[in-house]
Ligand binder design. Structure first.
Ligand code: 3EB
Length: 327
């Protein structure tokens, strides 16, 4: 009798590695979907596979991430959009000058329309994960806050997706004064499985007090890859829908409880400290680095698998946020 696997993987393999090397040779490998570097400043690299998170890394030497697939990667540029595609995955990145779109709302709507159109063209129509970087994210009061404006524009650009199709996401404030919205998007030909956090109200159901339009993202996306992986959205010290704690140590501990609950909910039979992780911690204040590192190490996490970045969090009262991949 032929053994039939109980569940057929719905998505091909993809790997996320954090490396402490510059990474130039990684682009010579045909299965490299992206090499992600870090650093402030305008513009983008001419190679579509080379992405730059526009934040200062607090690690020495500066690390890179490599995303690789099982297949040959093709890549190209298309105006504001760059793409790389192979092994069943499509990675898109856009850099949109806010000035051409009247601010963060128009820029976000434009960026998301470009991304969804490109997903159609490349026939990878399932959006798994987005990363958004926006300058001065907390500037502006109440609904004029730039994060809320971004969130409205994203909702406009993504309008054709139902909330059950929202990707996992991160939205972090760059602090380099570049009024340029950067968005990366990972898509595939088959869907992932969205995971919500039982300790948190789904972001897309946040009440009115956080803005006129709730943020369009899922707390995590589980991929039915041969080795299952969980793409974890930016996770912070939010319980229910409220921010809790005002010290970075307590916020870090609460974030860890949220991550544990989310990982348990994903039902992968794995925990953060007993799985392969590739995480990023975003700190509002670089001076909090030692405290956050201590809390994460105390929780049994492998600090060599966590990158630390300086960035603003999308609520002014949040001091730390963590995202990444568990596999
Ligand atoms: C929160 O839990 C924190 O707007 O894409 C986390 C991850 C947050 C993603 C987004 C916002 C986003 O509400 C904020």
């Amino acid at each position: 009798m032929v053994a039939v696997p109980r569940t057929t993987p719905a998505l091909p393999a993809i790997r996320f590695d954090c490396l402490k090397t510059p990474g130039d040779e990684l682009l010579d490998r045909p299965d490299t979907l992206a090499v992600v570097g870090f650093g402030t400043g305008p513009g983008r690299d001419p190679d579509p596979r080379r992405l730059r998170v526009p934040l200062r890394t607090l690690d020495r030497p500066p690390p890179v991430e490599r995303w690789s697939v099982a297949g040959e990667v093709r890549h190209g540029g298309d105006g504001e959009l760059a793409w790389s595609c192979g092994g069943g995955y499509l990675l898109l990145s856009v850099v949109v000058a806010e000035a051409g779109h009247g601010g963060p709302r128009g820029a976000a709507a434009h960026a998301y329309r470009l991304l969804l159109d490109a997903m159609d063209r490349h026939r990878h129509r399932c959006l798994l994960r987005c990363w958004n970087y926006l300058d001065a994210i907390n500037d502006g009061t109440d609904d004029r806050e730039r994060y809320r404006q971004f969130s409205i524009g994203r909702a406009e650009g993504i309008a054709r997706l139902d909330c059950s199709d929202y990707p996992a996401a991160t939205a972090i404030g760059r602090v380099d004064g570049e009024r340029e919205l950067v968005v990366f998007a990972l898509a595939a030909q088959a869907p992932g499985h969205p995971v919500e956090n039982p300790r948190q109200v789904s972001a897309y159901r946040y009440p009115r007090q956080y803005g006129p339009v709730p943020p369009s993202f899922a707390r995590a996306m589980r991929l039915a890859t041969p080795q299952p992986s969980l793409l974890i959205s930016g996770t912070a010290s939010v319980v229910g829908h409220a921010t809790v704690h005002d010290t970075v140590a307590e916020q870090t501990d609460e974030t860890l409880r949220n991550l544990d609950a989310l990982v348990a909910q994903a039902g992968m039979g794995r925990t953060l400290s007993h799985g392969e992780i590739c995480l990023k911690a975003y700190l509002r204040h670089a001076g909090d680095l030692d405290v956050v590192r201590d809390r994460l190490a105390g929780a049994g996490l492998d600090l060599s698998r966590i990158l630390f970045l300086e960035g603003d969090i999308c609520r002014h009262d949040l001091l730390v946020e963590i995202d990444g991949v568990l596999s």
